[in-house]
Design a protein around this ligand. Structure first.
Ligand SMILES: NC(=O)C1=CN([C@@H]2O[C@H](COP(=O)(O)OP(=O)(O)OC[C@H]3O[C@@H](n4cnc5c(N)ncnc54)[C@H](OP(=O)(O)O)[C@@H]3O)[C@@H](O)[C@H]2O)C=CC1
Ligand SMILES: C[C@H]1O[C@H](OP(=O)(O)OP(=O)(O)OC[C@H]2O[C@@H](n3cnc4c(=O)[nH]c(N)nc43)[C@H](O)[C@@H]2O)[C@@H](O)[C@@H](O)C1=O
Length: 372
């Protein structure tokens, strides 16, 4: 067994599962910035190590024997992806969590951090949602399978803590965004979806067909979105519809009246390492039996309509915004009560406006990387 450590040290061997994802890559950046060396970090892509494969995970863990495991690998997506691929969302996530948490215990890992999600709480939980709202009501149907898998992850941590005396903690992030996000037009979360959609609309306003073509080559613009942009596809190539009358329109899913709380991923990475480093007696204080999960939010809540106006400002889009009520809103509101974490001494520092501007700059740079 590895000796018990109460916090990360620069000699800790840390396995960050999901290091190429938005959160995992932010955690790696933060670890390196804090002085951890690349040699102390154990990283595998999903093609090198499929975390759904128990024997492969066992072999990896028994060989590398990390001191600390951070579970930032998961099947992740927005409301449409969750609703369309429920089997992958429950199966992949259950397998990844079971394999990583059990094999961590089996090879003597004492400290582990599991990333859950705010969707573990009931659809109509009292707002802001406290940690003890878990399992007090019915889940939001659009992401129930994913939420059930994430609840299982929390319960795995609690069970191994209770039976084997390990220190496995779970952080429940609110909706995240930032560098490394997934900008897919359908499968992404709302912030990256709107950044891409508003950027395309601005290019359409400017008639910048070359830039639109470059983005379309990378990830095709759905044909259904072309008329709002004043575009059409002729023999596979984009062209401007000359008879199209301005303004260009951006369509937002749902009523616009759902509320979400957003946190920049760099804040999330900082909070994750903070939670790992909180002394065990402080972490357990005031929770009997011990609640292993802790909320991580920004307390910056905005309606989806308000978010759309902010993204329009950040991207410089001046056209029309409309709402597609045929698309689901999902949970009406999901504001975290992050006071447990605040009492321990951490709070978010990146404002939504600054964070969105940063994410947009990252998106623009990632487009340049594709084009050059
Ligand atoms: N994004 C958000 O808004 C929120 C995210 N979270 C949670 O944060 C965590 C990280 O999310 P995020 O960074 O956004 O997700 P990403 O989709 O950006 O990254 C997920 C990572 O998981 C890895 N992965 C997926 N399946 C497997 C597999 N079968 N085997 C090995 N690796 C796998 C991928 O590896 P590879 O790149 O090598 O394929 C990828 O790097 C997740 O637990 C998520 O539930 C919680 C709340 C909100
Ligand atoms: C993090 C969290 O992410 C998912 O839940 P969600 O909070 O509903 O996340 P979302 O970002 O996809 O949507 C937020 C809101 O925004 C609206 N919306 C408008 N226009 C677009 C749009 O273009 N794309 C998306 N995705 N949403 C849009 C959308 O209708 C909804 O009202 C979970 O499935 C689960 O995975 C989870 O834990």
């Amino acid at each position: 067994m590895t000796s018990h450590i109460s916090h990360l040290t620069l000699s800790s061997k840390i396995y960050v599962a999901g290091h190429r994802g938005m959160v995992g890559s932010a955690i790696v950046r933060k670890l390196l910035a804090d002085g951890h060396t690349p040699e102390s970090l154990f990283l595998r892509t999903s093609s090198e190590l499929d975390l759904r494969d128990q024997s492969a995970v066992r072999a990896f863990m028994q060989t590398e024997k990390p001191d600390v495991v951070i579970v930032a690998a998961a099947k992740v997506g927005g409301i449409y992806a969750n609703n369309t691929y429920p089997a992958e969302f429950i199966y992949d996530n259950l397998m990844i969590e079971c394999n990583l948490i059990h094999e961590s215990y089996a090879c003597g890992v004492q400290k582990l951090l599991f990333l859950g999600s705010s969707c573990i709480y009931p659809r109509l939980a009292a707002q802001p949602m406290r940690e003890d709202a878990l399992l007090t009501g019915t889940l939001e149907p659009t992401n129930e399978p994913y939420a059930v898998a994430k609840i299982a992850g929390i319960k795995l941590c609690e069970s191994y803590n209770r039976q084997y005396g390990v220190d496995y903690r779970s952080v429940m992030p609110t909706n995240l965004y930032g560098p490394g996000d997934n900008f897919h037009p359908e499968n992404s979360h709302v912030v990256p979806a709107l950044i891409r959609r508003f950027h395309l609309a601005k290019l359409a306003e400017q008639g910048d067909l070359a830039a639109l073509h470059a983005i379309d080559q990378q990830t095709p613009i759905p044909d259904g979105a072309l008329p709002d942009l004043g575009l059409e596809r002729v023999n596979g190539d984009l062209s401007l519809v000359t008879s199209h009358r301005l303004p260009v329109t951006v369509k937002i899913w749902g009523s616009g009246n759902a509320y979400r709380e957003f946190l920049h991923v760099d804040d999330m990475a900082e909070a994750s390492l903070f939670v790992l480093n909180v002394p065990a007696d402080q972490y357990k204080a005031n929770t009997e039996p011990m609640i292993s999960h802790i909320n991580v939010g920004s307390s910056q809540e905005v309606s989806i309509a308000g978010l759309a106006r902010l993204v329009a400002e950040v991207t410089g889009f001046t056209g029309r915004i409309v709402f597609d009520a045929d698309k689901p809103d999902g949970a009406p509101r999901k504001l975290m009560d992050s006071s447990r974490l605040a009492d321990m001494g951490w709070q978010a520092s990146i404002s939504l406006r600054d964070g969105l501007a940063h994410a947009y700059q990252w998106f623009l740079k990632s487009q340049e990387r594709v084009r050059t």
